[in-house]
Design a protein around this ligand. Structure first.
Ligand SMILES: [Zn+2]
Ligand SMILES: [Zn+2]
Length: 335
């Protein structure tokens, strides 16, 4: 009998522990997947730290999953045994609520989220709703592709929001917080001709050098004024105080997009920072169309993820390194 090893959260604020159980058979519409790599996202940290309400408990976190199909449940078509697939944060949607019917399934009224309301990829195996899994092809390394499944997708959706579909050649784009999502998006946006301005914690020279190495034309502290007014900015760091700073940095009509699922409170700020048709908005979850678009474009843009690999059993160490800002790029668990 094959054993499923999973790192489990019993209660927010406590460490994950390794659980062993028999590998289940996939149900109707499901795939059984052998996990090859699972990225560690800031959202996992929010779940583990109790910053997101009502997780399923106990829960196996993890929603940046690259794996191989082991078994195919009844009713599933379009997947083959041993095919490489990706599983993202969006685990399922209802298909019938007003948002789903309007093509905005990211806002579904009755969604499932991988690693939050259904078990995720901090494990050797998992089952997933096949309709929300993506074929990944064979090009590229499992661990280096894993962060595409959330950091990449959310960055891509945020970029669409920030640029409002405008031509991006020469567009000055600010990225606040240069972690996993920004390091992927910087490569895609630079490839599309954006002028990337990377904002990090004051004095974080390593992150600023890292940003420049990925195509940023400027990198500095979040409190600094960029060398040119920005057309748009995306905030990936979960820090509300960055919102007025980013508003100050964008030009008239510019947009500030908050890409995270959780953020500390936004301090009050003078109306003059919002005046002149500046906008502040958030990005929530993803649609499958976002995923298909990004998974098509990322190889064309030759996106390369900087990853730090951890054995599955060291999930707590990976989470701690992310929490403490010790990572450059993304942490990835290897079962
Ligand atoms: Zn729905
Ligand atoms: Zn995520």
């Amino acid at each position: 009998m094959t054993i499923l090893r999973a790192m489990v959260l019993d209660r927010p604020g406590t460490p994950l522990w390794m659980r062993e159980s028999p590998v289940p058979a996939p149900g109707t519409g499901e795939l059984l997947i052998a996990v090859k790599a699972c990225g560690v996202c800031r959202t996992d940290l929010h779940v583990v730290d109790g910053e997101l309400p009502h997780p399923k408990l106990p829960i196996v976190p993890g929603h940046e999953i690259v794996g191989r199909v082991v078994a195919i449940g009844p009713g599933v078509t379009g997947f083959a045994a041993d095919e490489r697939v990706g599983v993202p944060w969006l685990g399922a949607t209802c298909g019938v609520c007003p948002y789903c019917r309007a093509g905005r399934e990211n806002l579904c009224d009755a969604p499932q989220f991988t690693g939050y309301t259904c078990d995720g990829g901090f494990a050797s195996h998992m089952v997933a709703d096949a309709r929300y899994c993506f074929p990944l092809g064979e090009a590229g390394d499992d661990a280096e592709i894993a962060p595409w499944l959330c950091a990449g997708l959310i960055g891509w959706r945020s970029y669409h929001m920030a640029t409002k579909g405008a031509a991006t050649k020469g567009l000055a784009l600010g990225l606040y917080g240069f972690g996993a999502a920004a390091h992927i998006l910087a490569q895609v946006a630079a490839w599309r001709g954006c002028r990337i301005h990377a904002f990090t914690r004051a004095g974080d020279k390593a992150a600023q050098d890292f940003a420049r190495s990925l195509g940023a034309v400027w990198a500095g502290a979040s409190e600094e004024a960029p060398p040119e007014p920005l057309d748009a900015a995306i905030i990936f760091a979960p820090v509300g105080a960055l919102v007025p700073l980013a508003l100050k940095a964008v030009k008239k009509g510019g947009r500030v997009v908050c890409g995270g699922i959780h953020m500390s409170s936004i301090p009050s700020f003078p109306y003059a920072l919002l005046w002149e048709e500046r906008q502040v908005m958030s990005v929530t979850n993803l649609t499958r169309d976002d995923a298909r678009e990004f998974l098509d474009i990322a190889p064309k843009a030759a996106v390369h993820c900087a990853v730090t690999r951890y054995p599955l059993a060291q999930a707590n160490e990976a989470l701690a390194d992310l929490r403490d800002g010790r990572l450059q790029g993304a942490a990835v668990l290897i079962p």
